[in-house]
Design a protein around this ligand. Structure first.
Ligand code: NAD
Length: 498
């Protein structure tokens, strides 16, 4: 049964399709709630073994896993190309970044999460205070299809490095990639393959994972599905990490390098056929650079083309239904008085690189996530107005600033309401493993990557150990009234001066 097929009876299997041809690439089981629960129960057992490996053991196993990905990189990239449609070279880039994240997480976990002394303070001078970050146990990871290796890896690698077992539900559009990652784990860690398990299926299998007794859900996908996931998790107070969509903007300031900005906007907006959560969908260029920027972007966009051949710049739209969304956004922009300086055409699953100008801010092309190779460009009087418009969205995932001044670029970046911003670059933060990745507002909350990403898959554990007994105990019914008076005097002395 293909995903496109309409049915009212539950499926027991589904096909993964090549988005460029519709050819069936593989058939996968739709796993039931009971099967998902069994996977979580196995993961819970495996988590004990995994935790017993300690930092060094986990690092060794994660490096073995990383090694399989690195050695069989082209095999995995072929699979990503087939299921998602992106060019092989882009798939390679995605996997390279994912491998780097496994190494970072494995290497830094002990330092970030291991026990650390904190000052015990005036009131508890006789105590030794320690904080450490303990794994939750079993993490349920629900992933999308657009970066089927890189995106879930931000949860998988960091959750594993923190000492958790993982049950991963890949997107129904890229189940083969999910299975491949599980297989790579089995090759790398044959003694305990169930530390990382994959369950396949459609939305209901993901929903089953949220109710299968996991200790946390790491969700990456649309804000609409994210709301459903949170509602399900609320029933049992299961914590959630939400990595949702975006409507990222680029600001091009008066003194920006216009050629570099156009190049970055083009790649940020159109690579992977624009199906990038942190892709550039809007540009605000100041009056001074607007004409030059639109001319540069248009000229460069005319040089790229979609296709499934080796020379194509980007591939087809992966989900057939998304073509309708892109088409509606383009039509809405043009109906509202906008103009396509290039592109605007759709041929089956292939959308031409599209640059839209003079589009009202109220248009769907400016307000909603398009997830296609389209960019709107608006003229603004100055960077302040650009910031206001950038921030006037319910999303807040990432963004980009082009400025000739380092100080000004940093200032604009700080004021952008988003979890991540690149200055004089695009998407660069995702390739720095030490930087946290995540959004605000409808783009979600919580962080993958970096130290924050490791902590996301742990609970802080505080321990206060008495080093010596006080002559008169403070936390006891035996406390003398005189001690309370002395305490009040000390506090007045220390804190009462302001
Ligand atoms: P989606 O929300 O349709 O699906 C995401 C996953 O959720 C899939 O595995 C799906 O099977 C599962 N799912 C569906 N219904 C569910 C339910 N009721 N309960 C539990 N799981 C359920 O998203 P998509 O189309 O796969 O991905 C595209 C979206 O993901 C875009 O909005 C994109 O911006 C976003 N995204 C965000 C990030 C990020 O890091 N912030 C990264 C990549 C993609």
């Amino acid at each position: 049964m293909t995903l496109a097929a309409e049915t009212s009876t539950p499926l027991d299997s589904f096909d993964s399709l090549d988005p460029s041809s519709g050819a069936v690439l593989g058939t996968y089981p739709v796993q039931s709630g009971a099967q998902v629960e069994q996977a979580v129960a196995r993961a819970r057992e495996a988590a004990l073994w995994w935790q017993a490996q300690g930092w060094d053991g986990r690092r060794r196993h994660l490096r073995a896993w990383k090694g399989v990905l690195a050695r069989r990189l082209h095999e995995l990239a072929d699979l990503v190309h087939q299921e998602n449609g992106k060019p092989h070279a882009d798939a390679v880039l995605e996997i390279v970044l994912a491998v780097d994240h496994i190494e970072w997480a494995a290497r830094h976990a002990p330092k970030v999460l291991g026990p650390r002394r904190v000052p015990s303070g005036l009131m508890a001078a006789n105590m030794a205070a320690t904080v450490e970050y303990q794994p939750f146990g079993v993490i349920g990871v629900i992933g999308p299809w657009n970066y089927p290796v890189f995106t879930p890896m931000g949860s998988l690698a960091y959750a594993l490095a923190a000492g958790n077992a993982v049950v991963f539900k890949p997107s129904e559009y890229t189940p083969g990639v999910g299975r491949w990652l599980e297989h790579a784990w089995q090759v790398a860690v044959p003694e305990r393959p169930d530390v990382l398990q994959v369950v396949t299926g459609l939305g209901p299998t993901g929903a089953a994972l949220t109710r299968a007794g996991v200790d946390k859900i790491a969700f990456t996908g649309s804000a609409a599905t994210g709301r459903k996931v949170m509602a399900a998790c609320a029933e049992d107070l299961v914590p959630v990490l939400m990595e949702c969509g975006g409507k990222d903007a680029m600001i091009v300031d008066d003194d920006a390098d216009v050629g570099a900005a156009a190049d970055a906007a083009l790649w940020g907006g159109m690579s992977n056929a624009g199906q990038t959560c942190i892709g550039i969908e809007r540009v605000y260029a100041t009056d001074r650079v607007y004409d030059a920027f639109v001319a540069e972007l248009t000229a460069r966009a005319k040089e790229v083309r979609p296709g499934s051949d080796a020379q194509a710049s980007y591939g087809p739209i992966t989900m057939p239904g998304q073509v309708d969304v892109i088409s509606r956004h383009i039509a809405d922009a043009l109906d509202a008085g906008g103009r396509a300086t290039t592109g605007g055409t759709i041929d089956g699953a292939y959308v031409s690189p599209t640059v839209l100008v003079d589009v009202p801010e109220s248009s769907a092309a400016v307000r909603e996530e398009t997830f296609g190779p389209t960019i709107t460009v608006a003229r603004v009087p100055d960077a302040q107005e650009a910031l206001q418009r950038t921030n006037a969205t319910s999303y807040g995932l990432a963004g980009s600033v082009f400025s000739g001044s380092r100080a000004r670029g940093m200032q604009i970046a700080r004021q952008m309401r988003s979890g991540m911003t690149s200055v004089n670059s695009v998407i660069a933060f995702a390739s720095v493993p030490g930087l946290p990745f995540g959004g605000v507002g409808d783009s979600g909350f919580g962080r993958i990557h970096g130290a924050d990403g490791l902590k996301e898959f742990t609970r802080a554990k505080a321990i206060a150990r008495q080093r010596y007994a006080l002559p008169t105990p403070l936390l006891s019914f035996a406390r003398s009234p005189g001690l309370t008076d002395q305490l009040a005097k000390v506090i007045k002395l220390v804190h009462g001066r302001g």
